[in-house]
Structures are given as structure tokens and as C-alpha cells.
Write a protein that binds this ligand. Sequence first.
Ligand SMILES: Cc1cc2nc3c(=O)[nH]c(=O)nc-3n(C[C@H](O)[C@H](O)[C@H](O)COP(=O)(O)OP(=O)(O)OC[C@H]3O[C@@H](n4cnc5c(N)ncnc54)[C@H](O)[C@@H]3O)c2cc1C
Length: 484
Amino acid sequence: MSETFEHYALNAMAGVIGAEHVRRDAETCRYFSSDLFFDAEFPAMAVVSPATREEAAHVIRIATDESVSIVPRGGGLSYSGGYVTQDSRSIILDTTRLTRILEINEEDQYVTVEAGVTWQVLDDEVAKHGLRVPHFGPASGRVSTVGGGLSQNTVLFGSATHGSIADHVLSLEVALPDGSRVKTGSGAIRDGQPFFRYHGPDVGGLFLGDCGALGVKLSATLQLMPRPTAFVYASFAFPTFEAMITGQTEVGRSRLAADILGTGTYIPPYRDESDAKPVMHIVVEGDTDIEVAHRFDRLRAIAAYQGVETDPTVPQVLRAHPFGFVSSLLDDDGRLQSWTHGLVPFSRGLHMLSCLTATLNAAAELIERSGIEITISAAVVRNALLIEPIIRWRDHPRPIQLNGLGNPATPWQGTADAAATDAAVQLRRSLRNLFRRESAAHLQIGKYYGFREGLIDDSDGLLMRLKHALDPHDRMNPGALGLG
Ligand SMILES: Cc1cc2nc3c(=O)[nH]c(=O)nc-3n(C[C@H](O)[C@H](O)[C@H](O)COP(=O)(O)OP(=O)(O)OC[C@H]3O[C@@H](n4cnc5c(N)ncnc54)[C@H](O)[C@@H]3O)c2cc1C
């Protein structure tokens, strides 16, 4: 790329949004182009931060006209390469200045926000009206954005009853590579309101979970529901992971709980720590104490089959501070951590667990040698289980992990151990391959999960045709979903 060309494109963008919002220094570009797990080999040439949806669409059109790739980035709290740039002829389109709450419609129970609004801000705002998005965001929601969440799909709070965030979308406003701004659902009707998703074909669905491969979300309308006011929190310890998964599945099928999260430490065969028991954490929510107590009685009868009720501090704290988790991106012991997941239907939960345990056992020597610790977590998402081993290891953190993200920067005094990182990368790859072999589904596909390899040919062909129709020159986040 010639100097002249580079300057021409970026100067044109600076002319639209102001030179201070087109950052070109190498350190900023490297920081914004690398995620929590992957370094960008070819960082973007600039980080471009529009303040309005009009500016964002304008910048996108300039980029396309000048053959520059557009890589959208929200809070940057992902780890599957989704916004990691693949060539330096790219801009990072930073959405964090798109922060307007456009409408809270109490009467029709929806909220419209710009893509850079965080889940915490969204939840705080709708709470003032006694309302809530049914699944109200990921634990990273102090920093992560609505646009990022819809592009990867998120689950956690409320997901056992209400599913993933994509299930709550009524309408989207998306900028396409040519700079046009489409609306979806009933929001696309002239003078219409964004209250209904399925007005004709579900065009909005195309952009959910697309990891920004098909367009940049500028704003989104999400369903609202009355905010629950009565809660029961409970935790149950199980003798084994098998018993916990069985308990989670049974409680999940009953649809009695809003959150059903399980977690426990993986014990490699060479260690004997039979006291470490996996625990299922539950939140039951509703409108009255009598209602939730009644529901919890029924749930307890199911869970108590193999589980023993224990201290419910974890679900209490999680719901009291749902977005408090991200005070540091290192774990409590200053270790790096990485999450790899797969979604399976209830009926395959135990099989998936046994494959996961076999994969980890086969890597036991590597795990021990590298000082790696592993937590196995599982969450119910309506009729499915999200199984997510978390790998923890010691090495030098990357800049984003030391940043503090609005909190004081995290001091780090550990010892660098590149061999441990190599082992974590190797282990994570084996887990990803396992989930693919077992035909698991994924959130956060990014550029990591081998999405296309797993698709049947005709479905893959359709997706490629859609990508080509929307983005003929492959400017929109090349490599996301394995497209381009
Ligand atoms: C500590 C921690 C806790 C987490 N907890 C959860 C959890 O509870 N549940 C969960 O599901 N995930 C969780 N995550 C994963 C992640 O934070 C979420 O998936 C989150 O939604 C990412 O949002 P973001 O704004 O940071 O997106 P980014 O990381 O910035 O981007 C993610 C992807 O979306 C694309 N993108 C971003 N904005 C747009 C846009 N406006 N238009 C088009 N494409 C866009 C990017 O190109 C990229 O492909 C957690 C992560 C961490 C580090």
C-alpha cells in the first residue's frame, strides 16, 4: 500500500469525524487489533471512532471505495479472533462512541440503543422503568457492547428461561459495506415502529452471530419485560461432574429457573482431590415471594436427587453485581485465562462431558508440566447446555489484560512462561477440534471455531452467496466466520 493511498483514505475519514478520532500510532493500532487471546500479525492502519451512525456509515463507504477492510470492534472483550485484523490495509471501526439510548418504549415494551452502549448502561437505564431485557447481557457487560453481543451472541443471566440475546432482537439498523443503512423487521416499514421481528423474511437474523462479517450494527431494538422482583438463590454440590450435568439438565427441562450455572475444578488423573465437588448455582425469579418459593420447592425436589444444598453466595453475588466480574481480565491469582465452548442439546450433555474428560485426561502430562489449571463450567440455555472449559496459566499478560478497562491498571509481578502459553494454545486447539468433531454449536465464532468446515455443503454455499451479494469485494471483517 502506498503512503499516498493510505493518507488519502484516512484523511478523508478524518475530514468526516475529526482527525483526533482517526488514531494512527502503532501502539494504539496494535492494541485495538489484538484480542484477549490472539495477537494481530498485521495490525490495522488506524482506529477510527465515529460519534454518530451517519458518521459510521460514511466512514464505511470511504473505506470500501478506497479498498480498505473494515473490522468492527465494540468493547474488545472477545477471544476468538473476531476483530483481530488479517491485513494492515484495514481500519478498526471502534463503536464505543455510539452510545445513545434512542428510545425506551414502556407501552410497547422495547428499547432501541446504539451499538456501542454497554449492557450495564442498558440495564441501568431500563431498570429505572421497572423493565429488563429478558437475558440482560454477559458478565463482561461493564465494558462489552450491545453491538458486540449481537454479533457474537451472548448467554448467561436469564438464559435458562429466556435463551440467548439473539432471541430478544426485534429490529436492527446495519451499515452495509457500500455505506447504505438497512433496517430490519417492522423497523423497515416506512413510518413503522421496530416492535416486531418477523415482518417477512427474518433479514435481521442474518446479522446476528455474524461476527461483523456481513455488516456493522449501528443500533438495535430489544424486547423488554417487567423486571422480576422476587428471587430465590440456591447452590447444590454434586459428587461428580456427571451428576451435576444430569442435575442441570433435569432442572433445565423443568423451566423453573432463570439461571442454571455449573462449575467445578477438573482434577487430572494423577491428582487425588476427591473433596473438590462441582456445584450448580441457580436463580429462580418471579413477581412474588410465594410464586418463587413454590417454584423453588419443585426445583429442589429435582436437584436434591443427587445434589446437596450448599451456601448460595455465588448466585447471590452474581446477581447483585452481574457486571462486576470484569474488574480484571486476569483471574484472582493473576493468571491468564481462556474460554473454549460448545453448545449441545440436553440429550448429548453427558456424552460431551465424557469426551471432554477424555481429551483433558489425554493431555494430563502437558497440563501438569505447564502448571495449567482447568475449570469446567456448564450453563443451561433453554434446551441446550453450553459446556465451557476454562484454561488458566501463568505468563506475561498482554496490554489489554493489564489495562484495567476503567479500573486502575492491574499490577503484574509474575514470571513470564512462554512454554505455558504454548501449552494453553495447544490445549485450546484440541478442545476446539473436539467440539467440532462432536458437532457442537457455537457463540463467538470469530475467526477461530472452523464454522464453515462444519457446515453441510449446500448451507455453506448459500452463506457464501449471501456474503458475496452483500460484500462483493470482501471488505467487511475478512476472515470472520471463515468467510473471505
Ligand atoms: C471476563 C469475561 C466475561 C465474559 N462473560 C461472558 C458471558 O457471560 N456470556 C457471554 O456470552 N460471553 C461472555 N464473554 C465473552 C464476550 O465478552 C462477549 O461475547 C461480549 O458480547 C463481547 O462484546 P464486545 O463488545 O466486547 O465485542 P468485541 O470483542 O469488540 O467484538 C466481538 C465480535 O463482534 C464484532 N462486532 C463488534 N461490534 C460490532 C458491531 N457493532 N457490528 C458488527 N460487528 C461487531 C467484532 O468484529 C467481533 O467479531 C466474557 C468475556 C470476558 C473476558
